[in-house]
Design a binder for this molecule. Structure first.
Ligand SMILES: Cc1cc2nc3c(=O)[nH]c(=O)nc-3n(C[C@H](O)[C@H](O)[C@H](O)COP(=O)(O)OP(=O)(O)OC[C@H]3O[C@@H](n4cnc5c(N)ncnc54)[C@H](O)[C@@H]3O)c2cc1C
Length: 438
């Protein structure tokens, strides 16, 4: 049986959450496809494995691809809430010289900030206060409380359930909405709109579609929808990982005064109102034991316990710079990833500056890079035709579906800043949704 809708949103992660908040009061026949799939794939990323163990249910992932001879790995979320069911909860607003999206009516930085305020409405956010400035090695860093999305108005301590819960609350403001726990195989142009082919072989019709399946999910749908594109190219802003000891020598007074979160402190180096270094300082003694055991390669173990006895003089720091960007091509049909460009720690001046800061305080550190895909700051998706020519997602959709399908997730963000990008992606998704439904 075929059902018809005026508007369908594909996906149920943060991008879809932003879209639904803009559609408040929408009177047409509306459906949200969550991408839930019964065949959950196991992922060994430490945070994902730990969260899965703690909540008693492994995450559902699909559209998987892996590097033949290296650690790079890509997969798409396959459940309501998306990757935000596993994320670090950091929501930061970009500064005026960071690459905020200039979509639709959003032409000034103040209009971007106003849009952030609207997206944050209904969520409970803690932290974000500036604590101090610290200096050393010719570098000045802002020490901040991490700005964390910890719940919603209705459920203030929802933590990792905040995004899926917010979607449910926002959907209740639509007049005729239905949630369909199904996964899209492909899209095809139809007589009066778009045919949405589901993985079980059934079909929906929609006058218009918003594609919010996350970058890897969107890549999967678009490559299955057309024989023209064999591969995709995408970017991941994957951080460096510094293992530091005696970080207290540099940040002493502030390390002792942080809140209860595993995310202890955020550090920023700014120049001309642009963030050139963003660092997350973690406190393993506040982490779940399962996260620490998974991080040490022992698998997620001992649910429900905190790693309180973990020595606090060892501090992992994740560090994003303007150069810690990686680019890869990927074939989701063949499950292969090939990394074209990876961050070069020895050639990154911002990383050098940060290490000079640590050295000036007598803080030893080792540096490693994050495997492509495990940065989870995916963006700038392009589809590669058989001659290897890259096509932007907007152009592919305009060519195949006229103005009936619009992508709103980070696939369409050509650039992201050093700060965690999801709030900014949601602002762009809301602006694109508003312009599409005008
Ligand atoms: C461990 C971890 C830590 C992170 N920490 C942070 C952080 O602190 N701050 C930050 O800003 N960002 C963080 N991120 C990144 C953040 O989670 C993502 O940027 C964000 O979730 C992307 O939102 P999205 O809606 O575009 O995609 P996703 O969250 O991937 O959601 C995609 C949705 O689409 C659905 N879907 C996919 N394919 C299909 C299909 N074929 N048919 C139907 N539906 C489909 C999925 O089921 C899902 O509901 C982190 C991510 C991880 C994994």
């Amino acid at each position: 049986m075929t059902s018809s809708f005026d508007l369908v949103v594909i996906g149920a992660g943060p991008a879809a959450c932003a879209a639904v908040s803009v559609l408040s009061g929408y009177a047409g026949k509306f459906a949200l496809l969550t991408g839930d799939t019964p065949t959950a794939m196991q992922v060994r990323h430490p945070k994902i494995a730990s969260v899965g163990l703690e909540r008693g249910k492994a995450g559902a992932f699909t559209d998987h691809a892996r590097m033949a001879d290296g650690p790079a790995e890509l997969f798409s979320s396959a459940e309501a809430g998306g990757l935000a069911n596993f994320w670090g909860q950091q929501v930061w607003r970009y500064a005026s010289a960071d690459p905020w999206p200039q979509d639709g009516e959003m032409r000034s930085w103040q209009s971007y900030i106003n849009a952030c305020v609207k997206i944050e409405d209904g969520f409970r956010i803690t932290g974000g206060r500036s604590l101090a400035k610290v200096q050393g090695g010719g570098v000045s860093l802002d020490v901040m409380e991490p700005r964390l999305l910890v719940g919603t108005d209705i459920e203030p301590d929802a933590e990792l359930n905040a995004v899926p819960n917010a979607i449910v609350a926002r959907l209740s403001r639509l007049r005729h909405s239905v949630v369909i726990p199904a996964r899209v195989k492909a899209l095809a142009p139809g007589p009066q709109g778009v045919r949405i082919i589901l993985e079980d072989g059934s079909m929906l019709r929609a006058a218009r579609v918003l594609l919010a399946a996350g970058v890897v999910g969107t890549a999967g749908i678009l490559t299955r929808s057309s024989g023209d594109f064999a591969e995709v190219r995408l970017r991941d802003h994957a951080p460096y990982l510094l293992k530091t000891v005696f970080l207290g020598r540099a940040l002493g007074p502030w390390l002792g005064r942080t809140g209860p979160s595993f995310n202890a402190l955020s550090l920023m180096m700014k120049s001309q109102d642009r963030c050139d270094i963003f660092a997350s300082v973690y406190d393993l003694s506040r982490a779940a034991t399962s996260l620490v055991s998974a991080g040490f390669g022992l698998g997620a173990r001992l649910p429900g316990r905190r790693a309180r006895l973990f020595p606090s003089f060892i501090r992992p720091v994740q560090l994003w710079t303007r150069q810690s960007q990686a680019i890869a091509t990927c074939s989701l049909r063949h499950g292969t990833v090939s990394v074209m460009h990876a961050p070069q720690p020895d050639a990154d001046p911002a990383l050098r500056s940060f290490r000079a800061f640590l050295r000036s305080h007598g803080v030893p550190a080792t540096v490693s890079t994050t495997a492509f895909g495990h940065g989870f700051h995916h963006h700038h998706l392009e589809l590669l035709d058989r001659s290897g020519t890259a096509h932007a997602v907007d152009d592919v959709l305009a060519g195949q579906f006229a103005n009936r399908v619009r992508c709103i997730d980070a696939s369409v963000m050509q650039e992201i800043g050093c700060l965690p990008h999801t709030l900014t992606m949601m602002v762009g998704a809301a602006a694109r949704t508003a312009a599409f439904c005008d």
